[in-house]
Design a protein around this ligand. Structure first.
Ligand code: NAP
Length: 293
């Protein structure tokens, strides 16, 4: 069997076209969607992510504001900026790029963002609402994964879903979304005994570990849907330095029913969902303005 490839670039382009049309419609009504991005320090990966997010905003007609701080900045300065952005009615989304330097209390920073502008969905209240299956901003990466599953008409309800990874930004919200959608979900991690026992019975396998080509073909149930969230550099061999996922893609596509590539899979959908959350926040701001007029 050769797996169907779930093309994240194509799906992202389709969704972004719609976002650009909706953003332009909002602008004609006097509201230009606006995302504020805060970057602290000089982590090269973070700088690339922020650059990509800012340029995706521009292409979609979403205004972006960028605030850069040095690695040793006093956290109070960043907190003051967040308070200012919270109070600014022209700003609809606020994102603090993670990770933050050690002098920061990351949870406190995320909770300093107005929950109505929490387009990353990392605020404790957003997470709580997601766990209760209530309307909220959904973290972008797992949200993008759900859109990818939708795009190939996967029957999530009743499926056995296995998530590898339990991070706050990917694994845990992914498990909540799949649970909310009616899957039977198993969350696995570095302390899981016999990981392959779990993965081999997954109809839907979502992998978010951060280890290049960790999941081998023999860990995958024939016909399974495999979503590879990982973004790593190939450590050695002829492809050394190239981007790769957490799944051994070449081998896995001979076993899986459908699979996401890296690059060109989950990555483009993550940014797309960030744009969508910012747009939704701007639409709410317009509705509130009209309601209050
Ligand atoms: P993270 O916070 O480091 O979490 C990694 C998770 O993998 C942890 O829960 C860890 O378990 C688990 N793990 C590590 N080694 C394992 C093993 N041998 N067996 C089973 N589980 C293991 O990483 P993250 O932020 O979730 O990101 C994961 C990957 O996704 C990274 O490659 C990251 O670059 C990528 N990512 C991609 C996007 C995108 O847009 N495509 C977005 C976000 C992240 P413990 O909890 O027990 O330590």
């Amino acid at each position: 069997m050769t797996a169907r490839i779930i093309d994240g670039n194509a799906l992202a382009a389709e969704v972004r076209d719609q976002i650009a049309r909706d953003a332009s419609a909002l602008a004609t009504q006097g509201v230009q969607p606006c995302l504020a991005v805060v970057l602290v320090g000089d982590n090269p990966a973070s700088a690339v992510y922020v650059r990509n997010k800012v340029s995706a905003c521009e292409r979609a007609g979403i205004r972006s504001l960028r605030f850069d701080y040095p690695q040793d900045v006093d956290p109070d300065r960043v907190m003051d900026k967040l308070a200012e952005l919270n109070a600014d009615p022209a700003v609809h989304g606020i994102l603090v790029q993670l990770p933050l330097p050690p002098q920061f209390d990351e949870a406190a920073v995320l909770e300093a963002i107005d929950v109505g502008k929490d387009v990353d969905g990392f605020h404790a209240e957003s997470v709580g609402r997601l766990s209760q299956n209530r309307d909220t901003f959904i973290p972008c990466t797992p949200h993008g994964v759900m859109k990818m599953l939708e795009s190939i008409d996967v029957q999530v309800e009743g499926a056995e879903a296995v998530v590898i990874g339990r991070s706050n930004i990917v694994g845990k919200p992914m498990a909540m979304l799949l649970t909310n959608a009616g899957a039977t979900v198993t969350v696995t991690h570095s302390r899981t005994r016999d990981l392959a026992f779990h993965t081999r019975r997954a109809d839907i396998l979502v992998v978010a570990i951060g280890r290049p080509r960790f999941v081998s073909a023999d860990m995958i149930k024939p016909g399974a849907i495999v979503i590879d969230v990982g973004m790593n550099r190939v450590p050695d061999g002829p492809d050394a330095g190239k981007l790769c996922g957490d799944v051994d893609y070449a081998a896995a596509r001979e076993v899986a029913g459908a699979i996401t590539p890296v690059p060109g899979g989950v990555g483009p959908m993550t940014i797309t969902m960030l744009l969508q959350n910012t747009l939704i926040s701007a639409q709410r701001a317009l509705a509130a303005k009209r309601g209050g007029a």
